[in-house]
Design a protein around this ligand. Structure first.
Ligand SMILES: Cc1cc2nc3c(=O)[nH]c(=O)nc-3n(C[C@H](O)[C@H](O)[C@H](O)COP(=O)(O)O)c2cc1C
Length: 210
């Protein structure tokens, strides 16, 4: 119930108060919600970049198609996913799991072989489509965590991902940007969306009972 109230409270904030900053403790919680997200085969195919540097945020405005939100928000989280699947990436996460759980080293060999048989024959583009979907799951949980903390957030995919990858040097890390999540505190006087009703499809149209 509390979660539903938080989700009703939140909205895609259009104007931030640049003087208000989110505490490190709260930023950490919002990132942690994404880290705890479920992912396909538990491979955690995405990373979160936490940007508070004003110069970087200013440069991101043009990349975000002129959206001033990214400069005025306290922090911008950039969700970036693996640019493709590789044998090394698949092995690495299952090695961590076997070590952390104290399992025999060959525990997941059959399973990872099956994953490799699927992913390693797909194109990098097909694989990125899959890894990017995982980022959306973490993104949703971060939005919900921000709302629970009464911190505003704006889900954003309106930006030039190639330019952002260049600015943040993501290619060298084997990552590609998927989403941006500016977080901060609303400018109550000047955000045109704040007084507007939240509009959703009626419940009876949304949930289809069979
Ligand atoms: C994946 C995604 C991308 C979005 N991209 C943008 C964006 O680039 N700029 C923006 O102002 N809002 C963006 N939005 C916000 C949506 O327009 C907004 O969530 C939707 O209209 C519902 O309104 P609410 O979030 O206020 O409830 C995006 C939302 C999602 C989920």
């Amino acid at each position: 119930m509390a979660l539903l109230k938080d989700l009703e409270w939140r909205y895609a904030t259009k104007k931030y108060d640049p003087s208000k900053k989110v505490s490190q403790e709260d930023v950490d919680k919002i990132v942690e919600a994404a880290r705890l997200a479920p992912t396909s085969s538990g491979m955690q195919q995405f990373r979160v970049f936490v940007i508070s540097n004003q110069e970087l945020k200013d440069q991101m405005v043009e990349i975000a198609l002129g959206q001033q939100i990214v400069a005025d928000a306290s922090h911008v989280l950039v969700f970036a996913s693996w640019d493709e699947y590789t044998e090394e990436r698949i092995d690495s996460i299952f090695k961590l799991t076997t070590q952390e759980r104290g399992l025999p080293a060959d525990k997941f060999v059959d399973y990872t072989n099956r994953l490799k048989a699927v992913y390693l024959k797909q194109t990098p583009e097909e694989n990125f489509t899959h890894t990017a979907k995982q980022a959306y799951i973490g993104f949703g949980l971060s939005i919900a965590q921000a709302a629970e903390l009464k911190i505003d957030a704006t889900p954003m995919e309106g930006f030039n991902s190639e330019k952002l990858d260049e600015l943040l040097d993501l290619r060298s890390k084997g990552l590609k940007s998927v989403l941006m999540l500016p977080i901060g505190y609303r400018d109550e006087e000047n955000d045109w969306l704040l007084p507007m009703k939240k509009v959703r499809n009626p419940k009876e149209e949304f949930a289809i009972e069979l």
